[in-house]
Design a protein around this ligand. Structure first.
Ligand code: VG1
Ligand code: CO
Length: 549
């Protein structure tokens, strides 16, 4: 046993676990799973072994404040010290939103980061927990690395931890743990400064000084302190503009998921008689966003396209966009903007990690996903508050209602009707079998007429990264119909219970006379086609999706 400055490094024998394969966004499991003896330790040691950081490296640590955040952090801090990390930067009280962690890694030149979050999944003792690993660029570890971590986790026989008391995380400043420096930092400062450098805060302050009103729902999650500092203190939004701004370990008992179902109070306010001009919400760890106008919902795919089309209005993007990217299931509204701007639009698999190379190589400036994720080259995670500030900047310049801005966008570019139907909690065997059989039929479906539409093309999405040439296959089954309509089937990689089937539906409508339609109505034909083609009811016993977004 080694002695480090009076504290002992202990090697603890562990048994490998076989279920520590990270999914779309880190390792996500029930809290009860993470609290099993040696479970967290096993994964974290696998991370340290795989990263193999040079001794003395700096590591950023923080989480979304959910149940088990603090206990897990104390374990990770002691393991970092025992694994030769030179310095850890930790958000006060163990708090860092996912985008803020990305920001801190980049600004402080850290070699890596570990973010504790299960994003928008429920919190509390019976809820979910998660561990994400980010690299020196501030972005999620690429698949090769997460696979290597998984391989290591199945072979590990011992982990290293410092025998030391817990570290105080309440006060800013430096302390020592063995030979490692522990630096507790303000979780908001670096991030808020970055936002000020990108957007026209003077114009947004002037907007708030007029009669403009905002309702921002932090969903009792990590963005509360960020939103209060930036929106209320720095930008002058009236006190109370931020609702549910106190972070809680169980997010107030509801999933911190910014959609029309879970952000119900915000939705009620925005649909009410005296609705504010602008509504927004972010998720548990602050990387997702939902944008609302008065009695108007902006789909994430449209939001991304509108931001791309208006990017020059924000000082940080005044020079124009180098290129853009969207995850494959995200609607093709962005592609039309890119075409008009004369820039390339890349199509990547689901998950933010696939944008990292394109951003690092300077090939894209803006990117996003249909799942309420939007971001840019300013850091390497999707960024909820950033999207809200981008919209505020746009509204401050254009001084038009959100709804008018989106309708004008449709008028110019045409409307991509879009919806996602999720079937949650399916029997994993049934879900896998459904996908397998559809995959087997893809070729035969080509040219066939389904309902009123003909299948023009079909495939199983495979991505070749244009930067490093790596190939990622099996990323979603696609049916392309005539006139740009499309259906995509994929299984979720973030759930912790059963399997979730996601069905993404899209149809293009150039005719402004039809732009007022409800997406469920406009897509009704495609929806019924989908049910028939995979015999959804017969196989799953479900008559309707669990969640529609
Ligand atoms: C979901 C979304 C995906 C997103 C991921 C992580 O993944 O569909 O677009 O990148 O969540 O977001 P899946 O595999 O369940 O479809 V977050 O805010 O949970 O970090
Ligand atoms: Co999230």
């Amino acid at each position: 046993m080694n002695e480090i400055a009076g504290t002992r490094v202990r090697m603890i024998a562990t048994m490998p676990f076989d279920d520590q394969r990270p999914g779309t966004s880190g390792l996500r499991k029930k809290v009860t799973v993470f609290r099993q003896p040696r479970y967290l330790e096993n994964f974290v040691q696998s991370v340290f072994d795989t990263l193999a950081l040079p001794p003395g490296s700096a590591l950023v640590l923080g989480g979304d404040g959910r149940y088990y955040n603090r206990e897990a952090l104390q374990i990770i801090i002691k393991m970092a010290a025992a694994n030769g990390i030179g310095r850890v930067l930790i958000g006060r009280d163990g708090i860092l939103s996912t985008p803020a962690a990305s920001c801190v890694i980049r600004q402080h030149g850290a070699s890596a980061g570990i973010i504790l979050s299960a994003s928008h999944n429920p919190g509390g003792p019976q809820g979910d927990f998660g561990v994400k690993v980010n690299g020196a660029n501030g972005g999620p570890a690429p698949s090769v690395l997460t696979e290597a971590i998984y391989t290591r986790s199945r072979a590990l026989s011992a982990y290293r931890i410092l025998d030391a008391p817990d570290v105080a995380l309440e006060r800013l400043g430096q302390s020592r743990l063995g030979e490692m420096i522990v630096e507790v930092i303000d979780p908001v400062a670096d991030y808020a400064q970055l936002m000020e450098s990108l957007f026209d805060f003077t114009a947004i302050r002037a907007l708030f000084a007029s009669r403009f009103r905002l309702c921002y729902d932090a969903m009792h999650a990590v963005t509360g302190p960020y939103a209060k500092e930036i929106l209320e203190r720095r930008l002058g939004a009236p006190a109370g503009s931020v609702i549910h701004g106190e972070p809680r370990a169980d997010f107030g008992g509801e999933p911190p998921d910014p959609n029309l179902v879970h952000a119900h109070e915000l939705v009620r306010i925005m649909n009410g008689p005296d609705a504010p001009d602008f509504g927004a919400a972010c998720d548990g760890d602050g990387d997702r966003n939902m944008i609302l106008g008065r009695r108007f919902f902006v789909t994430p795919s449209d939001s991304l396209a509108v931001l791309a089309a208006n990017a020059r209005l924000a000082p940080g993007y005044a020079a124009g966009l180098k290129g853009v990217a969207r995850s494959m299931p995200t609607s093709q509204a962005l592609d039309r903007v890119a075409q008009q701007l004369g820039i390339l639009c890349y199509e990547t698999p689901t998950g933010w990690k696939f944008f990292g190379n394109l951003l690092d190589a300077g090939m894209i400036t803006l990117c996003g996903e249909e799942s309420f994720g939007t971001g840019s080259s300013h850091l390497r995670e999707k960024d909820g508050l950033w999207a809200v500030l981008f919209w505020l900047n746009l509204l401050a310049v254009r001084r038009q209602p959100v709804e008018i801005i989106v309708r004008e966008h449709w008028w110019t570019h045409g409307r991509h009707f879009y919806t996602r139907h999720d079937y949650e909690g399916l029997d994993p065997v049934v879900a896998r079998c459904l996908m397998k059989q559809l995959r087997g039929r893809l070729g035969r479906l080509r040219g066939e007429r389904l309902g009123t539409r003909r299948v023009r093309e079909s495939d199983d999405f495979e991505y070749t990264d244009p930067v490093d040439g790596s190939v990622t296959s099996g990323q979603g089954l696609r049916l392309f119909f005539e006139e740009g309509a499309r259906v995509v089937f994929r299984l979720s990689g973030t759930g912790t219970e059963g399997a979730t089937l996601r069905i993404y539906l899209e149809a293009f409508e150039p005719d402004p006379a039809r732009h007022h339609l409800d997406p469920q109505q406009a897509l009704a034909g495609l929806i019924s086609v989908v049910h028939d083609v995979v015999q959804l009811r017969q196989r799953t016993g479900r008559h309707a999706p669990t969640v529609i977004t």
